[in-house]
Design a protein around this ligand. Structure first.
Ligand SMILES: *Cc1c(COP(=O)(O)O)cnc(C)c1O
Length: 380
């Protein structure tokens, strides 16, 4: 089945009992048993709910995995995955992973004796060098946020296999429509489904996919034990969003390419970060391991003052955190998503005060370019 068909026919189609074409919302917490301990597949809705089940099967199909799991947020998904590790274990992770992932490792799991080393994963040699005898996993995002750095997933998978580590990929930016890390050798895929998968700025959710019975069993145990599950209504909203993922991703991508090229030619723009541009250092790797480049662009203007003026002047680009929605969004990483990183460290990483990040929505691209054009010239 091709991707666009899988989005519609993957997972569970409708409801067998009634013929309903959409999976019903089973708004229920417990299920009647035919005898003590004799249930019909469901007993208590933290353990399993038919609507969440349908979503979990759908995301497994979309990521070419065997098992999917749905959580109350991307961070709930990530934290449950990290609960696989124990005191004394060590992780190697990207030095510009999502701020929440960094925070939970740095402030929560480190208290429990799980340590980590952050490196630039776009350089596999750095990853290899950071591995210690007690390393248990490598955690990567590609492309990263906000600098859109690309990591070679097959290269990291090779390193990870040789050392018998788990290879975890946060695939939020690419979505399963463009990139399937499990097919490139990853062991665990994590999503903030709040972003592109949901796509409509109306649901917070997280997903995990694996391709191994053993990992699935461990993660189902943790999902049920920790209990950060996604509710039935949100599960349904997510399935509804996913039906149009292909249509949306194609539009995000087409418009993002146009806008990235336009920005690259703009006299007030000093630098553009978009893996789809042939000048991007990760362009060839991105082209090889993914079927698209996504809808996220970062670009640099003169300084923080100019950047803030641009942010205040757009009318279609909404000034907000988050990404991946039908609405175009604009943000200033240094003052928003990455404000908690010390200024010096931000400079080292290349997150300058004049760095603007946009999530290209599905509005008419001519309107979006006109909007950026007037915002960039409104203060000359
Ligand atoms: C937003 C995000 C998360 C966290 O997801 P929530 O749904 O906000 O908990 C994790 N990883 C990436 C790459 C994200 O963009």
């Amino acid at each position: 089945m091709k991707k666009d068909t899988l989005l519609i026919h993957g997972g569970v189609m409708g409801d067998k009992a009634t013929g309903a074409v959409s999976v019903p919302i089973y708004q229920v917490s417990t299920f009647a048993q035919d005898g003590a301990g004799k249930h019909r597949g469901y007993e208590y809705a933290r353990t399993g709910n038919p609507t969440r089940d349908a979503l979990e099967r759908l995301i497994a199909d979309l990521e070419s995995g065997s098992h999917g799991l749905a959580f109350a947020s991307g961070m709930a998904a990530m934290s449950t995955v990290l609960a696989l590790y124990s005191q004394g274990d060590h992780l190697v992770m990207g030095d510009d992973v999502y701020g929440g992932t960094y925070r939970v490792l740095h402030k929560v799991f480190s208290r429990l004796g799980i340590t980590h080393t952050a490196v630039d994963t776009s350089d596999p040699a750095q990853v290899e060098k950071a591995i210690q005898p007690n390393t248990k996993a490598i955690l990567v995002e590609t492309p990263t946020n906000p600098l859109l750095k690309v990591t070679d997933l097959s290269a990291i998978a090779k390193i990870s296999k040789a050392k018998n580590l788990h290879f975890i990929v946060d695939n939020t930016f690419m979505t399963p429509y463009w990139q399937n890390p499990l097919t490139l050798g990853a062991d665990i895929v994590v999503h903030s489904a709040t972003k592109y998968l949901g796509g409509h700025s109306d649901v917070v959710s997280g997903l995990v996919v694996v391709n191994s019975e053993e990992l699935a069993e461990q993660l189902y145990f943790l999902q049920n034990s920790i209990g950060a599950v996604l509710g039935p209504h949100d599960s349904w909203l997510l399935m509804r969003g996913i039906k149009t993922l292909g249509l949306r991703m194609k539009q995000h991508e087409q418009s993002a390419r146009r806008i990235a090229e336009w920005l690259a030619d703009h006299p007030k723009v000093q630098k553009v970060f978009y893996p789809g541009l042939s000048t991007h250092p990760g362009h060839l790797i991105a082209a090889e391991q993914a079927n698209g480049f996504g809808g996220m662009i970062s670009f640099e203007v003169q300084d923080g003052e100019v950047a803030e003026k641009v942010l205040r002047s757009t009318k279609y680009f909404v000034l907000a955190e988050s990404l991946g929605a039908v609405e175009s969004l604009i943000s200033l990483p240094a003052k928003m998503t990455h404000a908690s990183i010390p200024a010096e460290r931000r400079q080292e990483l290349g997150i300058t005060d004049g760095l603007i990040r946009i999530s290209v929505g599905v509005e008419d691209v001519e309107d979006l370019i006109e909007d950026l054009s007037q915002a960039l010239s409104s203060h000359s």
